[in-house]
Design a binder for this molecule. Structure first.
Ligand SMILES: Cc1cc2nc3c(=O)[nH]c(=O)nc-3n(C[C@H](O)[C@H](O)[C@H](O)COP(=O)(O)OP(=O)(O)OC[C@H]3O[C@@H](n4cnc5c(N)ncnc54)[C@H](O)[C@@H]3O)c2cc1C
Length: 486
């Protein structure tokens, strides 16, 4: 099949029967027709269509090494720096379409699958069969252009005990039976973004296993189709309130649903089990396979598109209400410009300083990407929304909706709610965007997402500190302290 069109994606989605719960209901309609998922599915369909658009086709797809069909570039195994640049161009094309507001475009998980499929040495530390299985799965995903969601962490019940101790060992998803032909999994996991609109669920290791016998049933990696029997998704309330693109320009397009995953004795056939046991390998799943590096390469490309969008939005707002000449406004714009340029530099440095792994894959430089991965959630992302709120002020509330421009009060609105450069309706359209980018429920979820989606920043910072070679730098300090004279 190769790269899918939007219609092919929607047809498959509507033919699937995932067990979804939302707002007290079990979803019985076709997924892509359900009001909570429809708009997001349509936006994803648009991304699939871009793969066939002559303007993007050569960037977003390449020739499959096995079938010769065009397949998604995020499946391309990078062997050179040029390949990394090709991958980035593809990430960028999709990220610019959603301006970085879609966190789970297929290229995110495809990047992890691409790294894992090539990490033969890693898997052979357990059993080479695991490496063969994930390579086959990767090829199947590539040739069928499948969209995956994923889930990593135990339910948030009591974080002062390990995942395996939650609820006396009966809450976190674990292997309850090992059969000749596969495993049976029972329990829950958080959190699967885009679960309702995905084809597949990747259940990859929680990377905080302690290696005790108690943790053995929690040491696994596998994939199941999204409508596997016994698999259930419990969705949060939707943030796309069914309003127009004028009133909710971001939520009506980019709202990605999040869901808790429950495995009610889900059977996983052997060919979809990519690791079983080996907690030490589970813990190294992202760091030693290159998956973390290829995924972060995609993430930084996406967050660059998002930062650029906020710079554009802040500039539009400043121009609209005549605040662009104030010094503190310029200071904030300068801060946004700096973020954009630093993120571009991070990508170039990570690619230029990349190196070939022991499996022959050209991986971007992890230390550089890891710096961005720690920096963006805590320093950059919160400032984006803060700056939009600061620029917009009461303009985010003195804000008529689309219907008001068709109603009796319009003449007053046209007069009193115009801006220095825009008629009232265009000003309202712009400020609705600012609202959805900074204070709406959609914006709140986006902020939470950027802060946590890649893991808890507190623990990510700890991991960065512990892994970063600082001894030589400390030695320089000691040398100066010990120096006599100049
Ligand atoms: C919008 C959104 C989408 C997401 N999408 C996905 C997804 O698609 N797939 C997926 O697998 N995951 C997803 N996640 C989950 C994400 O990986 C977690 O939010 C993240 O790892 C933090 O875990 P937690 O939410 O359980 O927080 P917790 O671990 O419960 O942390 C809560 C608070 O306690 C502190 N804390 C807890 N334990 C410790 C500790 N041991 N040491 C220090 N501090 C601690 C944390 O710092 C934090 O402040 C998503 C999260 C969000 C918010």
């Amino acid at each position: 099949m190769g790269a899918r069109t939007g219609q092919q994606y929607l047809d498959k989605l509507n033919a699937m029967t995932p067990e979804l719960y939302i707002d007290g209901e079990k979803v019985t309609s076709k997924v892509a027709e359900h009001p909570a998922f429809r708009n997001n599915a349509l936006t994803y369909a648009k991304l699939f269509d871009l793969q066939h658009d002559p303007a993007h086709r050569d960037v977003l797809t390449y020739e499959s090494p096995t079938t010769g069909e065009r397949v998604g570039t995020s499946f391309l195994v990078p062997r050179t720096e040029e390949d990394l640049k090709r991958r980035r161009a593809a990430f960028s094309a999709w990220a610019q379409y959603s301006h970085g507001f879609l966190g789970r475009t297929g290229d995110y998980m495809n990047s992890s699958l691409t790294a894992l499929a090539t990490a033969k040495k890693f898997f052979s530390r357990a059993d080479p069969v695991f490496g063969e299985r994930i390579e086959k799965y990767y090829e199947m995903a590539r040739e069928n252009d499948l969209l995956a969601t994923h889930t990593l962490i135990p339910p948030q019940v009591n974080r002062s005990v390990s995942g395996s101790q939650q609820g006396g060992g009966n809450l976190s998803a674990k292997v309850v039976e090992e059969r000749e032909d596969g495993i049976v999994v029972r329990g829950a996991r958080m959190l699967a973004t885009i679960a309702p609109i995905a084809d597949e669920l990747l259940v990859f290791p929680s990377t905080v296993l302690r290696g005790t016998p108690e943790d053995a049933p929690y040491s696994y990696a596998f994939a199941v189709p999204n409508d596997a029997p016994g698999l259930k998704y419990f969705c949060r309330a939707g943030l796309d309130h069914g309003r127009s693109h004028f009133d909710e320009p971001l939520a009506s397009r980019f709202e990605e649903m999040d869901a808790v995953v429950v495995f009610d004795d889900v059977f996983v056939p052997n060919e979809r089990v990519f690791l079983l046991g080996h907690p030490e390998l589970c813990n190294a799943w992202y760091s030693e396979t290159g998956a973390g590096a290829l995924m972060t390469h995609q993430v930084v490309t996406r967050t660059l598109a998002k930062t650029e969008f906020y710079l554009g939005l802040a500039s539009e707002l400043a121009a609209a209400i005549g605040i662009g000449g104030f010094q503190h406004i310029q200071q904030d714009l300068s801060e946004l410009i700096s973020y954009v340029e630093i993120e571009k530099a991070v990508l170039r440095a990570a690619e230029a300083d990349g190196a070939v792994s022991e499996d022959g894959v050209f991986l971007p430089k992890w230390e550089v990407l890891n710096a961005a991965r720690n920096w963006y959630p805590t320093k950059v992302s919160p400032r984006l929304t803060e700056i939009i709120r600061k620029f917009s002020a009461s303009g985010l509330m003195a804000l008529p909706g689309e219907a008001d421009f068709e109603a009796e009060g319009r003449p007053d609105i046209d007069v009193y709610l115009q801006s220095a450069t825009l008629p009232a309706k265009d000003r309202a359209r712009l400020f609705k965007l600012a609202l959805d980018a900074s204070v709406s429920s959609f914006a709140g979820r986006e902020s939470l997402y950027e802060y946590f989606f890649f893991g808890d920043p507190v623990r990510m910072a700890g991991a960065q500190v512990n892994a970063y070679p600082r001894e030589a730098l400390q030695e320089r300090v000691r040398e100066l302290l010990a120096r006599e004279g100049q």
